[in-house]
Write a protein that binds this ligand. Sequence first.
Ligand SMILES: Nc1ncnc2c1ncn2[C@@H]1O[C@H](COP(=O)(O)OP(=O)(O)OP(=O)(O)O)[C@@H](O)[C@H]1O
Length: 221
Amino acid sequence: MSVMEATDLYRFYHVGDEETRALRGVSLDVRPGELTVLLGKSGSGKSTLLACLAGLDDPDGGVVSVNGRTLSRQPERVRAALRAEHLGVMLQGGNLIAHLNVLDNVTLTGRLNGKPDEDGAIKLLTQLGLAERLHAFPAQLSGGETARASLAAALAHRPRVLLADEPTAEVDAQTEQHVIAVIKDFVRRNQSAAVIATHSPRLAEQADRVLRIQDGRWQDA
Ligand SMILES: Nc1ncnc2c1ncn2[C@@H]1O[C@H](COP(=O)(O)OP(=O)(O)OP(=O)(O)O)[C@@H](O)[C@H]1O
C-alpha cells in the first residue's frame, strides 16, 4: 500500500518562446516506512517534482494523490487542507514565516490542525541542535539553522509524508548526520515516508530507495 502516488507527471515551463520540459512522464509510489532519495544534476527536475507532490505546483499532465485523496488540480483550499493534514513540506530557501519565532513556526501546523504540541516541538528542535534558538526569528538564523528549523516545522505535526528539498545543503558533516538521524527516526517511528531531493552522497547512502532523475525522467526509464 502506498501513502502517496504520482502517475505520469508532466510539467512544462514557458518563458517567452522557450519551453522547458521539467517533468516528462514521472511516476512514483511512496511507501510507508521508506526514505526515498531523489538524485539528479542541477536542473534535472527534482524541485519541480517535489512541488507537484506537495500540491504547491500543478502538473500539466498526470495525477498526484496522498492517502488515497487526489491532490493535483484541486482548488487551493483543498490542497492546503490535504497538505496540513498529511504532508510536511520543506522547500529550498526554507518555509519559515518571518514574523514568528522558531518555536512558533514549528508549532504552527499543529495548532492549525487543532493538535498543538509545544513539548514535541521543543524536543525535535533540541534533537536538531536548535535548543538555544527557540526564540530567534528567521532573519537571525544562519543558512544551516534555517534549514534545520524548516525541517522541524515540516515534521512537528507528524505528517504521513515528508517532502524535503536539500535539507542538508548548508550544514557541516556532523550536523548532517544529526539531520539524517532525525529523518530516519521520524520515518521508522511513525511508519511515515520521506521523499528527499539532495546532492549529498551521505544522505543517499542511508536511503531505502534511491531514484535518479535526468532531464525530467527517471534515468533508467
Ligand atoms: N518557474 C520556472 N520557470 C521556468 N523554468 C523553470 C522554473 N522552475 C524550474 N524551471 C526549469 O525547470 C528545470 C527543472 O528545474 P528544477 O528546479 O526542478 O531542477 P532541480 O533538479 O531541482 O535543480 P537543483 O538541483 O539546482 O535544485 C530547469 O531547467 C529549470 O531551469
